[in-house]
Ligand binder design. Structure first.
Ligand code: ADP
Ligand code: ASP
Ligand code: MG
Length: 416
């Protein structure tokens, strides 16, 4: 008997009819004799709605309370799905994160999973029942506080459970039928990718392709647990996220990703002397802020500017953290620009090909899109641009690298 973990996202459980649709799919999979753990997200829009309530009631809602609040959305879906399954004569039990022993660290709103005890799940499965689990949540063992895993975290709940139970398969069901060469909602000519490496998917996810949460892909890579991304509405092949296969190297650029949830922080007129950057980024790190791109300008008369990007929801905290420091060292100030976005091209083939970055910059320049910051790694090139231009930039880069064509038809030039 195979053990399968399935995860259904917010849109897939977004209404009573959709929950019934999911229940039918789950029942079908269980009739084949498989053991099933089904992880669910909150109904679409629910997490945002809860966050809005909190923001209406407070300018700085405590994160501990936010976690208890936000975790409720997933519980509703889990209970409703289990009620539906039982009504269909399919035995099922629903669980919260705490009930299945999903132990995390104590970092509210972006907790990391430490371990899953899993006994409760095994018992339910042993009794021939389907376990329906509320995604996105865990519990801090020391304090007993409820934690959540960051937006999109139900993907990670599912992968962590799959790894902990040594499942045969983890399927992520969503509102698109796989991972595409870019967000199909932005570029209608985007192409579904049959198979993609963990490394490329990791880059895509961390650069904003929200179809999988980054941490879920990290679990896949670390434990070599393939991930199947499929539609909960149709029966297609989907996308297999797996270890790197030989033929994947032949693809120069495999995807374009974008991220609107970034802000650019600028510290201006800093004394240009050893230790300043160290102090800035130590302070930022001590406050758990995730820094991405960093630029330091060339020094002019002993002073310089430093700019870096952070997730938009950490803008306030970053400014609050750096303001006193800026005052102490006599810098001019710290400002935030939230009207930016990051657009990136990703492909393992970049390791062995030249000219990719130049081609991307030229395409953006030809479209009069100004690049504010650049960063590169072995398999990606990212540019920060104005938020108003992100959709256009995504389509331009997607067309520049012929991503609407099958991989074999995209012309590439080998590095000598
Ligand atoms: P769920 O609620 O099922 O977790 P998400 O909204 O988190 O679904 O993720 C699915 C969405 O991810 C799609 O609707 C699509 O807009 C977006 N997306 C961004 N980049 C990609 C990509 N490269 N391939 C597929 N979907 C993408
Ligand atoms: N409901 C959470 C969110 O909207 C988690 C998830 O959907 O995976 O981010
Ligand atoms: Mg998601």
């Amino acid at each position: 008997m195979a053990l399968i973990v399935q995860k259904y996202g917010g849109t897939s459980v977004g209404s009573v009819e959709r929950i019934q649709n999911v229940a039918k799919r789950v029942a079908r999979a269980s009739k084949k004799g498989n053991g099933l753990v089904v992880v669910v997200s909150a109904m679409s829009g629910e997490t945002d709605r809860l966050v809005e309530y909190a923001n209406e009631l407070s300018t700085e809602p405590p994160e501990r309370e936010m976690d208890l609040l936000m975790s409720s959305g997933e519980r509703v879906s889990a209970a409703l799905l289990s009620i539906t399954l039982n009504g269909m004569g399919v035995p099922a039990e629903s669980f919260t994160g705490r009930q299945i022993g999903m132990i995390t660290d104590a970092v509210h709103m972006k907790a990391r999973i430490r371990k899953i005890t899993g006994e409760r799940l095994r018992r339910t499965l042993g009794e021939g029942k389907i376990a329906v689990v509320a995604g996105f949540q865990g519990v801090d063992e020391k304090t007993g506080n409820v934690t959540t895993l960051g937006r999109g975290g139900s993907d990670t709940s599912a992968m962590a459970i799959a790894v902990a139970l040594k499942a045969d398969m983890c399927e992520i069901y969503t509102d698109v039928d796989g991972v595409y060469t870019t967000d199909p909602n932005i570029a209608p000519n985007a192409r579904r990718i049959d198979a993609i490496s963990f490394d490329e998917m990791l880059e895509m996810a961390s650069l904003g392709a929200k179809v999988l949460q980054t941490r879920s892909v990290e679990f896949g890579k670390k434990y070599n647990m393939p991930i199947y991304v499929k539609s909960s509405f149709t029966d297609g092949e989907g996308t297999l996220v797996t270890e790197e296969l030989k033929e994947m190297e032949d693809v120069l650029v495999s995807a374009v990703a974008y991220d609107r949830n970034q802000a650019k922080i600028t510290l201006s007129h800093l004394p240009d002397k050893p230790g300043i950057a160290a102090q800035v980024f130590s302070l930022v790190a001590e406050n758990g802020i995730n820094v991405d791109m960093i630029i330091q300008n060339t020094s002019e008369k002993g002073f310089t500017n430093i700019s870096f990007t952070v997730p938009k929801n950490e803008t306030k905290l970053t400014i609050k953290t750096l303001k006193p420091f800026v005052g102490d060292i006599g810098a001019k100030g710290v400002t935030a620009d939230e009207k930016i976005s990051k657009v990136s091209i990703i492909g393992v083939g970049m390791r062995s090909h030249t000219g990719v970055a130049a081609k991307a910059f030229t395409a953006l320049a030809d479209a009069s899109i100004n690049i504010k910051m650049i960063s590169t790694s072995e398999i990606k090139v990212s540019c920060v641009i104005s938020v108003d231009e992100v959709d256009r930039a995504v389509r331009i880069l997607h067309d520049t690298f012929n991503l609407a064509l099958p991989p074999k038809k995209r012309a590439v030039k080998k590095k000598k």
